[in-house]
Design a binder for this molecule. Structure first.
Ligand SMILES: [Zn+2]
Length: 388
């Protein structure tokens, strides 16, 4: 017997709506953020992939299959399944990163110290590393990683940065100078619960893992949860959406802890760098409005030079500019919030790649990605050291 298709599903529009609800948007992060003329990356479950392709063809929308079998790509993402110890060139799980942060602080007492700035919704510690030679009245740069759980290259970069600092101190004059004059606060994973969940349950999870009132949908987008035009544009008030802004600004324990730390150290923190993936972009305020930031010209010049330094190593092409015009309007982001509380040098990195692997970036790309990103970060830090 033929299957009976309900009338509502026969209209192409209804069918489109029906299908978008089962798509996982990668770039941009939500269907609401799609803009005419801009590229969209999304993941479709295998059972709808033929329908989706048929719809795209009917609509004459050009498309390309980037990853034919995501499961296969994820299996190949890791060079081997033997996860014996911490490695800077592998993706490390939460426990391994926690143990690593304790060890590197213990082994480098004059350069690295570890504190806890709060706990996650599920009770995990939010560890913060302070990296720099002790001194008085030092300026500081805050760097965080792992806002969005599935962006695994991001925590890998924070670990790489600390390794480079420790290995370079006393041997590399430029980095030694930076560490003598600046403190770096490194938060290796902001969204620890989400990160654990990507290792245990769903590799493509993005949000936090907090419960929502009157809904079985879990989590808030931590990078829509800050008090910067909160939930006005480019964020969703629907709890089930991947860009859900939360019940209030800083409703999440993780964003609250981060914001509290920056507020408490506002007088010393001159730079804020938040590391995401993917799309190879260096962004600065604003994302919640098209208005230019007061420091637009300086930030644009710093971004331009940082990107040119990054590209010099492997030729990786980056775009840069204010978030709103470079990607899309999105309110409640941590970079806009930091800028508005007075951290002038506020930047968002979107690391490799541009969609070939997306969130399934192979481990073989950790080293080159971190090396090139270091050049941009050091450029920004130098500028802060000399100008802030
Ligand atoms: Zn992100």
């Amino acid at each position: 017997m033929d299957k009976v298709i309900p009338q509502s599903l026969r209209s192409p529009v209804a069918k489109t709506l029906c299908i978008t609800s089962v798509l996982d948007f990668w770039i941009p992060a939500s269907v609401d953020l799609i803009e005419p003329g801009k590229r969209v990356d999304f993941r479709a479950e295998s059972h709808v992939s033929y329908d989706v392709q048929a719809l795209l063809q009917q609509s004459e929308i050009p498309y390309e299959v980037m990853i034919d079998d995501l499961q296969d790509a994820l299996e190949k993402q890791r060079d081997s399944n033997i996860r014996a110890a911490h490695s800077y060139e592998k993706y490390n799980d939460f426990d391994t990163i926690s143990a690593w942060s304790a060890n590197i602080a213990a082994q480098n007492p004059g350069l690295v110290s570890r504190t806890q700035i709060g706990s996650s919704y599920e009770g995990r510690p939010l560890y913060l590393l302070k990296v720099g030679k002790s001194g008085t009245n030092k300026k500081a740069v805050f760097i965080d990683c792992g806002f969005h759980a599935r962006e695994w290259i991001s925590p890998a970069f924070c670990q790489w940065f600390v390794k480079e600092a420790v290995n370079s101190y006393g041997s590399d004059s430029q980095f030694t100078n930076l560490l003598n004059n600046l403190d770096f606060y490194i938060l290796p994973i902001v969204n620890v619960d989400g990160y654990v969940y990507t290792w245990t349950n769903n590799r493509m999870w993005r949000k936090t893992r907090s419960a929502n009132k009157n809904s079985s949908c879990i989590g808030t987008d931590p990078n829509r949860n800050f008090d910067a035009g909160w939930c006005t544009v480019g964020a969703s008030s629907r709890v089930c959406d991947d860009t859900y802004c939360g019940s209030a600004p800083e409703s999440e324990k993780e964003t609250k802890a981060l914001a509290n730390f920056i507020r408490a150290n506002r007088s010393s923190i001159k730079g804020y760098l938040t590391i995401h993936s993917y799309s190879q972009m260096l962004l600065f305020p604003y994302s919640y409005t098209y208005n230019k930031a007061t420091d637009h010209t300086e930030l644009n010049n710093v971004a331009k030079a940082a990107v040119s330094s990054l590209t010099s190593l492997y030729g990786t092409k980056y775009t840069y500019g204010p978030g709103g015009t470079t990607i899309y309007l999105a309110a409640g982001g941590s970079d806009d919030w930091a800028y508005d509380v007075g951290v002038k040098y506020s930047f968002t990195f979107e690391l490799r790649d541009t969609g070939r692997y997306g969130f399934a970036l192979p481990e073989s790309q950790i080293k080159p990605t971190c090396e090139e990103t270091m050049l941009a970060v050091k450029h920004i830090a130098n500028h802060i050291m000399n100008n802030a």
